[in-house]
Design a protein around this ligand. Structure first.
Ligand code: AMP
Length: 621
């Protein structure tokens, strides 16, 4: 019998756990889920039908935060304490945003250092992570209110161009808001999922996602193949969007009335901005907008509007051209163009983009909701409700095996997309070596001792062969569930062995971050250590080969030559003990210079004996 849970706080019946999809946008944010009855992705709506929460945080005199629609009016009336566009600051230092400082009406701390930015409100300091966490908390609260069940797990979207710091910052904001962020996914990937693209594992498609929001523009070219989304290129303008279209209308009206500056008239300015946005939205469905403003009749036709915005739309097309160039593709290979963001509702935007890509664009899913809907699709896959789908993820740290001298040999670099596979061939060090140890590590450092050991096994039963002859192929395969399978196979004999490891979940986000930090801090030291280990390994091999050669061919060498070789070997051995990389390299070269002429001489003798018809005995060489 199924168990029924009751939420003690609300007294309502507890539903099975829901993982929500969140579009944490620059201007607006929203939450979506897969509807339990219709099984369709659905944006969560309040009673008034609104699904969108403006990404705005206002702090009152006591430092209490208000988020969303309630905070919006303060943009004009209390700009210093009203934070918008916090997403633009995620993972950025003051230096990164210095040239756009005028854009932000609130105070960004100018410490002129490389550390991450902070915003000052009153005597409080907030990081962009704190600010985003306020928005996420509000979204969580709304979702819980609408769904009448606790919401603790989420998938959050980020722009495809977000780097690791920005992705990590988004994850941290989720954590601060009490959300377990199961996955961060790219906005264009989410949009594709909302359109049902990539759901068929045999599908192979190249798509363009054109995303024109309130304040930003992104174009992404994606390749979907076998359920894996690969971002081929991205381009855009982080300060171009619907606000610029509004501004074009404001400037047009101001010119008509010969008004120069409304800066002193906060209230009027705000009203004009709202009127311009209203006009723009109206012109998406009608050919003229007429209204009144400050006792004057105002109007604008669709034709005039399109002439005004032509240069802005053209800028987005230039970005599309660049993205296509970077992807190395022509528009003919683009299977679908997806329209994302509220500003793609403007018919002129649609027609211009259609013209550029030489096809009718796809705008059937609500462009404001499409990213959140796709995040909900991904959340549903993670909840295990869509078993046929592949999980999309990347490896957080590099994976590799230990090679000679304790060095880390990376087979799968960090950020490899999964599922994935990589292989490399190794060989034995000693004659008749019958086993080879495979130790698997995770991490970014050059020496395995500084990384994390995930497991080890020994490939046994290699038939006796001289050192260097066996071909041991080690293959790493990470399946869609993030399970790593390591296989070692000796190709000449076919002997094979396999183990399975679950690497992804072994480390907390903090540990991953810590390890990445360590790899950066120790990078120089690691390079030096690696160089020393490589030099020592090469030297030891040289000593080994020379030793064998001398034993076999002592009769062909003069006492003086034997003495010189012994001295050079001793010097090299000493250099290895001293752990002096440069000395090791010099002494290796010296030994090589001494022994090379003997080796050539022995080889020549062997060849000439062979030419005389004598068989070559292994012992002669
Ligand atoms: P987003 O950032 O995706 O939420 O997009 C918000 C932008 O879309 C704002 O600039 C809105 O003014 C704009 N927008 C919303 N609806 C329409 C519409 N029907 N026509 C034109 N622009 C719109």
């Amino acid at each position: 019998m199924a168990k029924i849970g009751i939420n003690i706080a609300t007294g309502s019946l507890q539903q099975p756990e829901i993982i929500v999809g969140i579009d944490l946008g620059t201007t607006n944010s929203l939450v979506a889920i897969i509807h339990p009855d219709t099984k369709q992705p659905t944006a969560l709506k309040e009673f008034d039908g609104s699904s969108i929460v403006p990404s705005i945080v206002h702090f009152d005199a006591f430092g209490n935060a208000e988020v969303g629609a309630q905070a919006k009016p303060y943009l004009e009336s209390d700009p210093q304490n009203t934070i918008f566009s916090a997403k633009r600051l995620m993972g950025k230092s003051y230096k990164d945003i210095r040239e756009h400082q005028d854009f932000f009406a609130y105070k960004i701390i100018d410490d002129n250092r490389d550390s991450l930015v902070k915003v000052q409100v009153g005597n409080q300091f907030y990081s962009p992570i704190d600010l985003s966490s306020f928005i996420l908390s509000e979204l969580k609260k709304r979702a819980e209110h609408i769904l009448k069940t606790p919401v603790t797990k989420a998938v959050i979207t980020v722009p495809a161009y977000f780097n690791d710091t920005q992705r990590q910052a988004t994850r941290d904001a989720g954590k601060l808001a009490g959300l377990d962020v199961l996955r961060i996914i790219n906005e264009p990937t989410a949009a594709s999922l909302a359109y049902g693209l990539g759901m068929n594992p045999t599908e192979d498609k190249t798509i363009a996602v054109y995303d024109l929001g309130g304040g930003t523009f992104d174009i992404s070219i994606l390749k979907i193949s076998n359920g894996i989304f690969e971002v081929l290129s991205t381009n855009g303008d982080t300060y171009l969007g619907g606000d610029d279209l509004d501004r074009a209308i404001i400037e047009y009206w101001m010119k008509q009335w010969s008004l120069d500056n409304l800066d002193q008239h906060t209230q009027l300015k705000q009203e004009l901005r709202l009127a311009a946005e209203k006009a723009k939205i109206a012109l998406s469905t009608q050919s003229i907008f007429e209204s009144e403003f400050a006792g004057e009749k105002i109007s604008i036709t669709k034709e005039v509007f399109e002439t005004l915005i032509q240069p802005i739309v053209q800028k987005t097309i230039q970005c599309c051209e660049k993205a296509m160039q970077d992807a190395g593709l022509t528009v003919a290979v683009i299977d679908t163009v997806l329209m994302v963001g509220g500003s793609t509702r403007v018919p002129f935007v649609k027609s211009t983009v259609s013209e550029f890509f030489k096809q009718v664009v796809n705008d059937s899913v609500n462009p404001d909701e499409v990213v959140a809907l796709g995040a909900a699709v991904q959340a549903d896959i993670l909840a295990g409700n869509n078993q046929n789908m592949l999980l999309l993820d990347i490896t957080p740290l590099s994976l590799g095996i230990e090679t000679m001298g304790g060095l880390m040999d990376v087979l799968l670099p960090r950020n490899s997309k999964i599922p994935t596979q990589a292989g490399r061939q190794y060989t034995t060090q000693k004659d008749a070596q019958s086993g080879i140890n495979i130790a698997i590590y995770q991490g970014e450092r050059d020496l395995v001792k500084d990384n994390r050991k995930l497991g080890a096994f020994t490939l046994t039963g290699i038939p006796a062969m001289p050192a260097g002859l066996p071909k041991v192929e080690v293959t790493f395969l990470i399946n869609a569930d993030g399970i790593l399978q390591v296989k070692a196979k000796e190709l000449r004999s076919g002997v094979a062995q396999t183990i399975e490891i679950k690497p992804q979940y072994g480390l907390t986000d903090e540990e991953v971050e810590q390890r990445l930090l360590e790899s950066i801090t120790h990078a120089k030291e690691d390079i030096q250590k690696r160089a020393l280990v490589e030099a020592s390994t090469e030297a030891e091999q040289m000593l080994d080969v020379t030793e064998k050669f001398i034993t076999k061919n002592s009769a062909l060498l003069s006492p003086d030559e034997l003495k010189q070789t012994a001295l050079a070997m001793q010097a090299l051995q000493l250099a290895i003990t001293m752990e002096d990389k440069n000395l090791i390299q010099t002494k290796t070269e010296e030994l090589n210079d001494i022994s090379r002429p003997f080796a050539e001489r022995v080889m020549d003798q062997a060849i000439s004996s062979a030419l005389k018809g004598k068989g070559i005995d292994d012992k002669d060489l």
